[in-house]
Design a protein around this ligand. Sequence first.
Ligand code: OAK
Length: 783
Amino acid sequence: MKDAIGRHLSYSIGKTPGAATLRDWRMAVSLAIRDRMADAWFASTRRTYEAGAKRVYYLSMEFLVGRLLEDGIVNLRLEERVSEALAELGQDYAEVIADEPDAALGNGGLGRLAACYLESMSTLGCPAYGYGIRYEHGLFRQQIVDGRQVERPETWLQQPHAWEFERPESRYEIGFGGSVRDGTVWTPGESVWAEAFDTPVAGWNGRWVNTLRLWSAKPTEPFDLDRFNRGEYAAAAESEALARTISRVLYPDDTTEQGKELRLKQEYFFSAASIRDILRRFESQFSDLRQLPEKVAIQLNDTHPAIAGPELVRLLCDEKGLDFDEALQIAQGTLNYTNHTLLPEALEHWPEGLFGRLLPRHLAIIDRIDHAHAKANPSRTSSVRDHGQVKMGELSFIMANRVNGVSALHTELMKSTVFAELHRLHPERIVNQTNGVTPRRWLLSCNRRLSTLIEERLGLGWVDDLEQLHDLEPHLDDPAFLDAYAAAKTANKADLADWMNRTQEGLTADPAMMFDVQIKRIHEYKRQHLNILETIALWQAMRDAPNAGWTPRLKLFAGKAAPGYVFAKEIIHLINAVAKVVNADKITNKMLQVAFLPNYNVSLAEKLIPAADLSEQISTAGKEASGTGNMKFALNGALTIGTLDGANVEIRDRVGAENFFLFGMTTDEVDQRRAIPDHAAKAVEADSRLARALAAVRDGRFSPEDPGLFRGIADNISGPDYFLVASDFSDYWRAQREVDGAFANAGDWTRRAALNTARSGWFSSDRAIRGYLDDIWGAETLL
Ligand code: OAK
């Protein structure tokens, strides 16, 4: 290992040890690790060809992979060798790992899920490719300036990236616009190259390696030398810059519709390149396109790649000469669709005018698909085109062999709401696959103290068979085990507290406090404002009775708001304003501290989750499709305070109701409550704590220099309150006081935390991927 690192430092990076920077060392280590993936990578491809196996293609607009070096080292089981080698080379292992920038090619849940699933597919030996976009700029970097979110460009690709292989020979010309002749001959008005960059994704033990193939946009028109020679430098580079725009930025929206033309271009760009690549690989091995459904399963990660359906039909008809009905049947046998949200504003639809201008042939194909479906289902009343819009959810549904939701509750709601009619017509099509998370990243490597303790008791079998964590339960009767479990948590908290106290102005975190954590995108449905309102009420109650024996708490928040989402940004501002007042209050600051940690990303989550005591999963019931953070917290021994929403329901069923703090209205109750006139005003009137906390917000207690600053938030909660913050407040307060009482009993709390770990094995992404393999893809694993 030492030689391998040294060789790369000299001959790949071109530095001597004396001149090498931390980044140089990190690059050299990364290249040495990447080398060790190569043979298994080639072997995986060879095995797949030899077996004539079915391949899975996961098409996703986002892959939120985070850092890759530690993941590679851990999965190849090279930790000791790398840290020893680095020590001998005079370098610090942890520093080298921490030097890597996060690959933030995603917004949140959907993108991180795609990354967990790729890793699990490799762990299981499922032949698979991930297909996405190689964004030059991933999700923005969040700064907090005077309490407000400020967005800065993220620049992960400005430094050399160790993990990818550029494949200039794998490129496809992707067209847009233009016209269609004789009904089928599409002549695009403009085009760009989609060029492939491959990253190897190694599974546990490095036995199988799949590929993440990301497309980068390159100009088809060469640089204009004539204009350059005439001194028109900017104009000479114009077409090049325009082409590159397509893979320039990740849209920073999470569950809101993004209606930009460029966004539709991005979606077609990566979907079309991926479909062509899939067909090319298929045809290099098989001769009959009718075998496609038998040899290929394509998963659409939400509707962003939905245009892959019409594109596949187009290629099969217009280029391969199949007739339409046969092409449609092949495509429908190959494609599947995962829905990740029911929020109306997140259901993609495109204006027909824009769609027809950019993709004229596809619009005609969509109409034919829709007519064919309507003809076969005469009782259908809806259609893909509606009120001048092309609806991508409906399109995905009718193009798919299987459609899935991401938690049991969400799947049932899909059947009864957005897809009610299509579900009636195709009752076998919708299936559930509750989300999962990879235990390699989300326990083994992010929480060394806990994973070492588990290894001492159970060995390492749980790492790729997470249900083995059940075998911890007998150890709960051993006081030494519980002590060690508690000590691991406390040490994780102490590390985090040290780091926060150094970096967060005004904060005094003490590991003896309860670490109460809410980390996720900032959104009204996720209700960070419910949490901060309860924080305010708690602070007021503590001031009233400072000696009432309060359980000391640190309230931690982190998350990004979409740049255009004004209300979400006001919530961030309010949290920071409350932190400033509360942390400085001499009466309460030993009992209550509040922090908003900037720039939430995968690496920050890896720091926070192992140190959490309490996991806040408090969305309005019916709104959070699943959640995956909720699973990571439970696995790492945080107890959940949560509503009956998304996968919380299944977490509670598994860890036991007595180890989960439930509050709030159910999905049905939410609908009923919303129908009551003035529901929020009535809830405020009925709860004096809520009224007082809202008054403090409204009257400028947290913004003395601008008293009206947060009035909008207070008015929303006591007025329209679509997300029912006011109506759920009393029960949330009750549950939080129950949490206080439970935390005060340290021994019992640890037991309940350890039960959360022992009973969370089902939430492994390995289990989820097995479910996809069996119920959706019909594919075999080769390990
Ligand atoms: C993002 C953009 C459009 C549609 C959905 C999303 C998204 O991230 N949804 C989230 O997906 C996660 C993975 O399935 C779920 O756990 C979250 O509940 C859901 O909000």
